[in-house]
Design a protein around this ligand. Structure first.
Ligand SMILES: [Zn+2]
Length: 352
């Protein structure tokens, strides 16, 4: 077969299209675009499970320098004046940026092509993340905060990221959300994390996405579903902070678009394979739904289909190739199930 410059041929099990239907064959990547998908015998550069790249739909990279603090209640860890905020205020800027950069490189190497970060520290906090992202090739949706005394977000923010409405005066919340909207920015909030008191307030702001909903009751989820608001869940984080686990099966049953996030790096590695394994075993015994949450759903929620959407001819990068013959994966009888329940960053052969 003639091979041209800028061409990569992959073969194996391709998780194809919106349904992630396993397809045995090959895929030719030419100049950054999927040019061909077929079943004929070809000489390939890499063999494995070929899947869309991962999307980490909720992370706080800023606390990467403060890994694995003692187990403390949520408020004492990340609430106003809590451990995280005290440490952020007293840690040199360079150390914070280097911590974020390390996390980003780890995410990129483990197949994550895009993320959404809740970034504290106003405009400079955003600048720090932009510095950390430089050259990593990973797409970031930054949910920032205005500087004290201001309502304006840094121009590179995708939106505003607000911790529970209960952490702030309501008048401030209304003001900054209105300002964000008038500047064409998105609105995201933590809601229903440790109790359900803030869910109605959050919904009254018509947010673009909600994070957690751990304590949401079916009546809350019904309102979220009716409003068509996507939800990002972070079940490992909910375990560390002891707030319980979200009813993800109910969310999916109600037709809510659910994405997956790893939340604060200080509490959990930003490793979506761990998150998928935990979610699938603890809450959702449906491999396709779990994989969809951290690929296509995440891409849709963050509007990053360009780097993480469904694999089809004409699609631009990114795609991950998972080693099906690694010591960890050999013996797999169901590629999608093993990818969701067992695979690890060390099984990623390439991110293309
Ligand atoms: Zn969070």
């Amino acid at each position: 077969m003639m091979r041209s410059y800028g061409e990569v041929v992959l073969s194996g099990t391709i998780l194809l299209g919106e349904d992630l239907e396993p397809f045995e064959g090959h895929l030719t990547f030419r100049n950054g675009v999927v040019a061909e998908i077929g079943t004929e015998e070809v000489a390939s550069d890499l063999q494995g499970i070929i899947a869309p790249a991962l999307v980490n739909a909720h992370v706080h990279l800023g606390d990467s320098f403060l890994k694995d603090p003692p187990y403390l209640p949520l408020r004492d860890l990340v609430g106003p004046g809590g451990l995280k905020h005290r440490a952020l205020a007293s840690t040199p800027r360079r150390e914070v940026v280097e911590g974020m950069r390390g996390s980003l490189l780890y995410m990129a190497r483990s197949g994550t092509s895009a993320f959404a970060d809740f970034r504290e520290g106003g405009a400079d906090g955003v600048e720090m993340l932009l510095e950390a992202m430089e050259g990593t090739g990973i797409v970031g949706r930054i949910m920032g905060r205005p500087d004290p005394g201001s309502v304006h977000l840094h121009k590179d923010c995708w939106g505003i990221g607000i911790s529970s409405t209960k952490d702030h005066p309501w008048s401030w919340v209304e003001e900054v959300v209105e300002a964000a909207r008038s500047e064409g920015k998105k609105v995201a909030l933590h809601a229903g994390e440790s109790d359900r008191d803030d869910i109605e307030e959050a919904l009254s702001l018509s947010p673009d996405l909600l994070v957690h909903l751990t304590r949401a009751e079916p009546r809350d989820l019904r309102m979220v579903a009716e409003a068509g608001i996507p939800v990002v869940v972070c079940p490992r984080s909910n375990l560390v902070t002891g707030v319980g686990l979200p009813d993800v099966a109910k969310m999916l049953e109600m037709g809510i678009t659910v994405g997956l996030g790893t939340d604060n790096v200080m509490l959990n590695s930003p490793n979506l394979f761990s998150e998928m394994e935990f979610l699938s075993k603890a809450l959702v015994h449906n491999d396709r739904q779990v994989f969809m949450m951290c690929t296509l759903n995440g891409a849709q929620i963050l509007g990053v289909e360009e780097v993480a959407g469904a694999i089809r001819v004409g699609k631009k990068g990114r795609i991950i190739v998972i080693d099906r013959r690694s010591e960890n994966m050999a013996g797999s009888k169901d590629p999608l199930a093993s990818l969701v329940r067992r695979a690890a960053p060390s099984d990623v052969l390439a991110v293309i």
